[in-house]
Design a binder for this molecule. Structure first.
Ligand code: UT7
Length: 327
């Protein structure tokens, strides 16, 4: 029987690396504090002029190449991002044009860090209805353009990068998506806030403040909600997939804080060598964390045939999601 599968993955990030020591020179912080409190050592930061599509395009091409799918055969492009090149055309449409994926419907999913897994959920539901579709799901950000480099409470946490996956319906091919669950709580939305180009604070109006263009976060509050909700939604995804936590062999968690990752590993009773961690090299790339980690885990051999893999993510909105894959 056919089921939704991941056929290929890809990822890309800016060449420019910003280390904790570089940050020490521009703000009141230290390598020691950042490593102890977050696990981050360095992050990729776009240079002025670099944009989302500069990284979404190579990530998508890698995923398509691995999947052996020609862009003209794509039916849909879903881009989970808060930071497309432009709001209109959407990030999905920009990539559609660059790929010459002429028959695809393309759009963005605005679910902050959860954008890629939300995209997987949408792709899965479409494929259950129409198994002939080929869908490209992208997730990632150029979040550094929206950092207040005077605010040490957020600027040290984030980094830029994009990942992608090609999703289709197949029998005996690819990594099966056994379940994808997602949830939100808009009532707590202000805990992680980015006014951006929203209609509440139109750019250019006389009362527009620079902070509207920056991401702000009540870190301690988010920390608690992140753990609680990722544990809960992971339970739902495992139940839906018909697997127990003991059967999960690999975990790919959102890379927002090493302490959160370690607490999740403890909750799921998994040794850290079964948990994929790259936060030390990327920081929090928002919607990019899961697809970049998935691609690195795939290409490095961390994921082995037969693995039952749990993806779990939490972000602004608030939004959270989890998926179970059979590799
Ligand atoms: O992707 C979306 C999901 N995001 C998350 O899940 C992130 C969740 N939150 C976190 O990861 C953590 O809350 C943070 C890493 C953001 C902060 O860690 P924390 O242990 O909760 O620190 P804190 O905010 O309670 O601050 C502790 C101290 C404060 O100083 P005082 O008031 O104790 O004197 C801060 O001013 O650390 C200070 N501090 C810093 N010191 C050096 C805050 N940021 C920095 C910094 N460098 N960059």
């Amino acid at each position: 029987m056919k089921s939704t599968v991941i056929l290929g993955t890809g990822s890309a990030a800016p060449d420019n690396i910003l280390t904790n020591f570089d940050l020490e020179k521009i703000m009141d912080t230290s390598d020691e504090w950042i490593i102890q409190r977050t696990g981050i050592k360095e992050r990729h930061i776009a240079k002025p002029g670099e944009k989302f599509s500069d990284f979404a395009l190579p990530a998508s091409r890698q995923a398509l190449e691995m999947a052996e799918i020609d862009p003209v055969d794509l039916d849909m492009i879903i881009a989970g991002t808060l930071t497309p090149d432009t709001l209109m055309p959407s990030g999905g449409c920009t990539i559609q044009a660059l790929l010459n994926a002429d028959k695809a419907a393309a759009f963005d999913v605005c679910a902050a860090c959860s954008g890629f897994v939300y995209g997987l959920a949408i792709a899965d539901r479409f494929l259950k209805n129409d198994p002939d579709l080929n869908i490209l799901v992208i997730g990632g950000e150029l979040v550094s353009h929206h950092m207040d480099w005077n605010d040490r409470t957020t600027a040290v946490l984030f980094g830029d990068g994009v990942g992608a996956a090609v999703v289709a319906s197949r029998e005996n091919q690819g990594a099966k998506i056994l379940s994808v669950e997602m949830q939100s709580n808009g009532k707590l939305g202000e805990l992680l806030y980015f006014a951006g180009l929203g209609s509440e604070h139109p750019v250019g109006r006389e009362d527009f403040k620079p902070e509207y263009n920056y991401i702000s976060m009540q870190g301690r509050e988010i920390f608690k909600h992140a753990i609680r909700n990722m544990v809960e939604i992971s339970g739902k995804a495992m139940q839906k997939a018909g697997v127990t936590v003991d059967q999960i062999t690999k975990v790919i968690p959102h890379q927002a804080n090493l302490r959160i990752i370690e607490m999740l590993a403890k909750q799921f009773k998994k040794p850290l060598d079964q948990v994929f961690i790259n936060i030390d090299r990327y920081g929090n790339t928002s919607a990019g964390t899961i697809p970049i980690a998935l691609d690195e885990a795939n290409r490095s051999g961390f994921l082995e045939k037969g693995d039952l893999v749990l993806l779990t993510v939490f972000g602004g909105g608030l939004t959270w999601a989890a998926a179970v894959l059979e590799w």
